[in-house]
Design a protein around this ligand. Structure first.
Ligand code: 13P
Ligand code: SF4
Length: 361
């Protein structure tokens, strides 16, 4: 049973009074259609609260991936971004998966598989003993080139369990830093986007590799040049001003923020871990949660007794899903919103996703 009601949305000013009848009407019709058509609606923690209210399951990327394997419905309408829906199909292809909006993409996920092959070849030529660890925020063709996937909730654990000294971490350069710090590996910064020059890159990383060896580190994390446009624009000043204003506030950041912010924060967590962190600290009354706004809306509704600093940013891709396009998808199942992956690619991506699930537990 969702905590999100019209009353709670009105009370926290997430809904204007004139919008309430329309939202209630849409909720009723969506619930009716889900039942009538035997549809399942998973939703990511960043979805707008009106969509979260009618979801059958809410979670972070890892929880949603695990859930994908155990859905016993005729079809799925996935309220998240495309790579998440693709992951749901990848893990359980026997059941159709739809997205409510074709605009629900992700700025991290656009990685060219040929570039990954080139980087792997480069590392082999350098004589490195490495595993390719791919963040789930990628499409199946890149996942299929990986030894394992990971999410922000388990990236370091999986890096440790892959059994290789070096990690090629694709595509989030900031989460790569978190992996390096937690697993005692040298962080090797990424080349500039779309400007990988083997000779220059080698000249940049070799002294750092030698320094890591001198320090007795386990190995290296070769960071890819991707970043989330939402988290990467957050600044140290966002944290410093809250610290000055309110030293009591707990500051929690997502693993996709820049390394300098990760160092300033009290905790670096995935979205589901952030929700658990707030619930696990009843003694703390004030929080700054540096991530996408959808999560903060949910926390405000779940913890009206606590205060949340509004340091969040909007992901327009997550907000492309609305009650209207969810309803349309449940009703019409538009063929262009069906998510599929060529079978020869899906099999490789499934192995990498399954390895993540196995290694994370
Ligand atoms: P989580 O796995 O923490 O939910 O993150 C997904 C995401 O897209 C972060 O921007
Ligand atoms: Fe992608 Fe960033 Fe949006 Fe998450 S917040 S879906 S990483 S663009």
């Amino acid at each position: 049973m969702s905590l999100i009601t019209v009353e709670s949305l009105l009370k926290e000013r997430h809904l204007r009074p004139e919008e309430a009848p329309r939202v209630e009407e849409l909720w009723a019709e969506i619930r009716r259609l889900k039942k009538e058509r035997n549809a399942f609606v998973p939703a990511h923690n960043y979805q707008v609260p009106e969509v979260q209210a009618v979801a059958d399951y809410l979670g972070d990327s890892f929880e949603l991936a695990v859930k994908s394997r155990g859905i016993d419905s005729a079809f799925v309408v996935f309220c998240g971004v495309r790579f998440m829906a693709e992951g749901c199909y990848t893990l359980a292809p026997e059941r159709p998966v739809y997205v409510p909006s074709l605009d629900a993409l992700c700025s991290l996920a656009e990685v060219d598989e040929d570039d990954v092959l080139e980087r792997q070849e480069f590392l082999r030529a350098l004589g490195r003993d490495f595993a390719t660890l791919t963040y789930v925020n990628t499409y199946a063709a890149v996942k299929a080139l990986s030894d394992s996937c990971c999410t922000s909730s388990n990236a370091a654990t999986i890096a440790e369990r892959l059994g290789k000294p070096d990690i090629l971490f694709v595509p989030d350069q900031n989460l790569a830093y978190q992996v390096a710090i937690k697993t005692k590996r040298m962080y090797l910064p990424p080349p500039d986007p779309h400007a990988f020059h083997p000779k220059e890159y080698r000249e940049m990383v070799e002294p750092l590799i030698r320094e890591g060896e001198r320090q007795g580190l386990v190995g290296n994390v070769f960071a890819w040049e991707g970043a989330c446009h939402v988290h990467h624009q957050m600044t140290e000043a966002d944290i410093e001003s809250i610290r000055r204003q309110d030293p009591e506030a707990a500051i929690v950041v997502h693993g996709e923020v820049k390394p300098s912010l990760q160092r300033l924060a009290d905790a670096v967590l995935s979205t589901a871990q952030m929700i658990k962190y707030v619930a696990a600290h009843p003694e703390r009354k004030k929080f700054a949660i540096l991530t996408e706004c959808g999560l903060i809306v949910r926390m405000e509704l779940e913890h009206p007794e606590k205060q949340f600093y509004k340091s969040c940013r909007l992901c327009q891709y997550m907000k492309a899903n609305t009650l209207e396009n969810l309803l349309e998808t449940l009703r019409d199942r538009p063929p262009e919103r069906l998510v599929t992956v060529p079978e020869e690619v899906r099999v490789g991506a499934q192995q990498a996703m399954q390895r993540m699930i196995d290694l994370a537990s």
